[in-house]
Design a protein around this ligand. Sequence first.
Ligand code: TRP
Ligand code: SF4
Length: 328
Amino acid sequence: MTRKRIVSGMRPTGGLHIGHLHGALMNWKRLQEEYECFYFIADWHALTSEYARPQIIKESTYDIIIDWISVGLDPDVSTFFIQSQIYEHAELHLIFSMFTPLPWLERNPTYKEQLNELAQKNIHTYGFLGYPVLQAADILMYKANGVPVGEDQAPHVELTREIARRFNNLYGEVFPVPDVLLAPTSKLLGIDRRKMSKSYENAIYLSDDDNTIDIKVDQMITDPQRARKKDPGDPGVCNVFSFHEIYSDPEIVERIKGECRTAGIGCVECKKIMGASLKKGLEPVREKRRELEKDTGKIKDIMNEGNKRAKVIAEKTMIEVREAVKLI
Ligand code: TRP
Ligand code: SF4
């Protein structure tokens, strides 16, 4: 039996943090067991917001691939590739752009939100409006059955579905209509209690060393109602406690839950314990990273191999597409 296929990508605009780990990456790892997976670096997508400082794209492409392998994504099982190396994505994007109505793009909630959020970046561009059209090309190129994404990306996959249907109606059945596979969102907030994100500078990275983790954990905001050590706390609203739940042993978690509520433990001590658990939990990932960093040749080989596998499929799809559109 052939496995169903999924495609998902990440924009290389910085290394990955533990929000990614407990959101997308753990999910991707699990999906490897069930699906034929294509995971790629969306470097053209990164260019939509980083066109003025593209060097970050190249640096983080490499970092992210190391992160992927370090957390257990397996390039022998899944196909890793780089979007910009498969030129066919650009061609398919172009063809899709001919019949994608502008209002579909303009009403996209993610688009409207980003225009506001990234106001300083000037993303009032042709490329940025077409972001989801390129994403549709990424997905449909491989005739994916599913797309694992977080909630913020669901509208883009919806658009992909509409583009697939429109293409099939206009030119004949070429593309399956892919399902959204909603990924669980990480419960771990950033050190300031907002969503963990590179742009908020509140993230703990997979590549952070012990010292950096100590400093960040020390800065973490705990239960905001707990002003003094003698006040009881509420682990249910404390982000440090959420980290404990993932990284500390169950007995420690239970003990802290009780002692926090009775003011039997202070936040400083509680964070120390959590920091130790976190560092221990991340150590295997960081060890793998150190190993991979020494072997740049190996990473290049992995990417070349993945690009080759992706390219074979992309070429085949484009032959069908050109025929369907009566281009040749
Ligand atoms: N837009 C996605 C994000 O920002 C990245 C992405 C690009 C993607 N192409 C994709 C995700 C195709 C899934 C499928 O996270
Ligand atoms: Fe959070 Fe721990 Fe402080 Fe309780 S003791 S509020 S769980 S940091």
